[in-house]
Design a protein around this ligand. Structure first.
Ligand SMILES: O=C[C@H](O)COP(=O)(O)O
Length: 253
């Protein structure tokens, strides 16, 4: 089974240089919880500055362009992220799919490009409430993954999946532990079939959607949950570290 629980903060479109003190506090405190792998994905504008501050935590980005370079105004290539100090990139987040019409095909191309640039990838998936209520959540998520997953057999440790039910993002609602476990088991079975069990075992499956200090321990104790992708609660060191503590306790239990 893959290593330590992975707790990743996604700052989304939040953060100016004034937030560097939060990143610094997270980094310093993370050194006390070595059983947990802690990472932050600030906006592009802060990647290099947070990277320079960080001694312990991993720094990543929230998106990249599928191309290597060229005339794409406003876009950022994976190699440029790596140059700025990023070690991973979040791809296929539901907010990118909704706000920018990202398709699984495009996300697949971005993944290939990110891996080529030496980055780790956190591939997001998740269903809407309508899809869940219609009983199609599992089929929908597995279809998303089948279309987006990279055809690699080699750097499995560089792939992480994040299951984020869209209706749980930023709403205060979380999926039940049973629903999370069932979906994570379905994703694990897909990874087993796609890459073989040895490779699949190296891929962590994170849960995302209103993870907070109060629910972190329960969620992170759920079978097949290898960590959390945290939005709102990652914006303050205090609440994010509360989740890190929950992960550490879940790991020790
Ligand atoms: O990337 C993070 C997720 O979208 C979860 O966001 P949230 O913790 O604010 O619900």
């Amino acid at each position: 089974m893959a290593e330590r629980p992975y707790i990743v903060g996604n700052w989304k479109m939040n953060g100016t240089r004034a937030m560097l003190s939060e990143a610094r506090a997270i980094d310093r405190a993370a050194q006390r919880y070595m059983k947990v792998e802690v990472a932050l994905a600030p906006p592009y504008t802060l990647i290099h500055a947070v990277h320079r501050e960080a001694e312990q935590i991993g720094i990543g980005a929230q998106d990249c362009h599928p191309g290597a370079e060229g005339a794409h105004t406003g876009d950022i290539a994976a190699s440029m992220l790596a140059d700025a100090g990023a070690k991973f990139v979040i791809l296929g987040h539901s907010e990118r799919r909704q706000d920018h019409g990202e398709t699984n095909k495009l996300i697949n191309a971005k993944i290939e490009s990110a891996l080529e640039a030496g980055l780790r990838v956190i591939l997001c998936c998740g269903e809407t409430l309508e899809t869940r209520d219609a009983g199609d959540a599992e089929d929908f998520v597995l279809r998303q993954l089948k279309s987006a997953l990279p055809a690699f057999g080699d750097p499995a440790e560089r792939l992480t999946i994040a299951y984020e039910p869209i209706w749980a993002i930023g709403t205060g609602r979380t999926a039940t532990a049973q629903d999370i476990e069932a979906m994570h088991r379905a994703i694990r079975a897909l990874l087993d079939n796609t890459y073989g069990e040895d490779v699949s075992a190296q891929v962590r499956i994170l849960y995302g959607g209103s993870v907070k200090p109060e629910n972190a321990r329960e969620i992170l104790s759920t079978p097949e949950v290898g960590g959390a992708l945290v939005g709102g609660a990652s914006l303050s060191a205090e609440s994010f570290l509360g989740i890190v503590v929950g992960a550490s306790e879940a790991e020790e239990a």
